[in-house]
Design a protein around this ligand. Structure first.
Ligand code: CU
Length: 427
């Protein structure tokens, strides 16, 4: 038996051993070396296995070997801290449905935020609990026999302060911010401040700009904000794995003054996940994503965006994951007013009802909620508006994935419908 066949047999044995552990099975990645058209036995067989909660002990202060063997979801030796005291305290104006806000403390003129990178066990969807069914008129309900079996799915992911996406950071142009990051993950990490103009040693790209934050350690970033816009934060170390595990969040920098006052300001982070049937551990080595979420939840578990007729509304879409999402809303033409680069000057603003949010970008849209009613807001890639697309049987498929509703509450019930360009009521 030659070396290659031995390796092949060993790989198969490992894959089936991992598979036999059911829920604890996740990824088995194997690396072979190819030189001069010949497969060679690697010096070390490398297996990344995310399904295990076995601790990986990384020697302190030592740059990790990226080819180290086992990377679990959680280090069972690491006690997870509760969210910092100011998580959930609304000290800004934006609303990130499903995600608690992040407050701050002042240290002199510096706003101090705290983030804890940690394993998170999050409910992606429980179709028996619907955040939007109360808005569907009884007379329109579909016979129960047309529905598929309600889905329930948990996600073993990584996040900040107990959620993915992490809490939204809010500050104002000109602020000095300090962000204290604790790493309770089973592997080193760092945070990159995506789109923020800052000194190179605060960028968070590791190892280029800093040593990674080792498990159990704290690290402090501090910089001044010279811009405004919808920015993001995400992992700066082992990015393919850590971003796909959920280490990302929104970072809103308000300008000193908005041209048009905003009544409702929402943040929606777009994420996608690959899960095998019956498994809540992520498969990080496929591009066949089958769960699509707004703020870490799939429909019908995404809260409805509720506004009053006449409100000026902004929605900020942020996408750190690898695919693009064309987000569409019914009933309105909105105006694209900003990107991660900040506000767009009025003469360059574009109108539309669908906005493509490419990987690594943010898009802000605004509209005045003149049109009362219940309006769909969703990704227009149709596989992204069902849950676990690969497993849905043929037939009637209920909405899931990146789908929610905008509920515009009328000023007074029964008022005739009037288009803003017309003074006359029409049906
Ligand atoms: Cu999409």
């Amino acid at each position: 038996m030659n070396k290659l066949s031995m390796l092949f047999l060993l790989c198969n044995a490992l894959i089936s051993a991992a598979g036999s552990l059911g829920e604890h099975r996740s990824n088995v990645e194997l690396f072979l070396k190819k030189e001069s058209n010949k497969w060679l036995m690697p010096e070390k067989l490398t297996v990344f296995w995310l399904g295990s909660e076995t601790a990986l002990v990384v020697p302190k202060k030592k740059m990790p070997n990226p080819m180290q063997s086992i990377i679990p979801w959680k280090n069972s030796q690491q006690k997870l801290s509760p969210p910092p005291p100011l998580t959930g305290v609304q000290m800004g104006v934006v609303e990130t449905p499903s995600v608690p806000p992040l407050g701050y403390e002042m240290d002199g003129d510096v706003k101090v935020f705290r983030l804890i990178a940690q394993p998170v066990d999050q409910l992606l969807v429980d179709e028996k609990i619907s955040e939007l069914s109360y808005l569907i008129p009884k007379k329109n309900e579909i016979p129960h026999k047309m529905h598929h079996t309600p889905r329930y799915q948990r996600l073993k992911c990584w996040g900040f302060n107990g959620t993915t996406p992490g809490p939204t950071i809010e500050a104002t142009e000109g602020d000095r911010v300090r962000i204290i990051v604790k790493n309770e993950l089973p592997e080193p990490t760092s945070i990159h401040w995506h789109g923020i103009e800052l000194p190179n040693d605060q960028d968070g790209a590791s190892p280029e700009c800093q040593h990674p934050i080792m498990p159990g350690e704290e690290y402090t970033y501090e910089f001044t904000l010279y811009q405004s816009g919808t920015l993001m934060y995400h992992s700066g170390y082992n990015v393919m794995r850590q971003d796909h595990m959920g280490l990302n969040g929104a970072f809103i920098i308000h300008p000193k003054k908005y041209e048009i006052p905003i009544d409702k300001d929402f943040v929606i982070m777009l994420q996608q996940w690959a899960l095998s049937a019956g498994n809540s551990y992520l498969n990080l080595i496929t591009m066949d994503f089958n769960w699509f979420t707004f703020n870490g939840h799939a429909a019908p578990n995404i809260p409805v965006l509720t506004v009053n007729q006449g409100d000026r509304v902004r929605i900020r879409f942020a996408n750190i994951i690898m695919d693009s999402h064309p987000i569409h809303m019914h009933g309105y033409i909105w105006t694209q007013v900003g990107t991660e680069g900040g506000p767009i000057q009025t003469s360059a603003q574009i109108k539309g009802s669908t906005i493509l949010v490419a990987a690594g970008t943010t898009r802000d849209v605004e509209f005045t909620a003149w049109n009362p009613g219940v309006w769909r807001l969703h990704c227009h890639k149709l596989h992204h508006v069902v849950n676990a697309h690969a497993e849905v049987p043929m037939g009637y498929m209920e909405h899931g994935g990146m789908f929610t509703l905008l509920n515009v509450i009328p000023k007074s019930p029964g008022e005739p419908w009037v288009h803003p360009t017309s003074k006359e009521a029409s049906l």
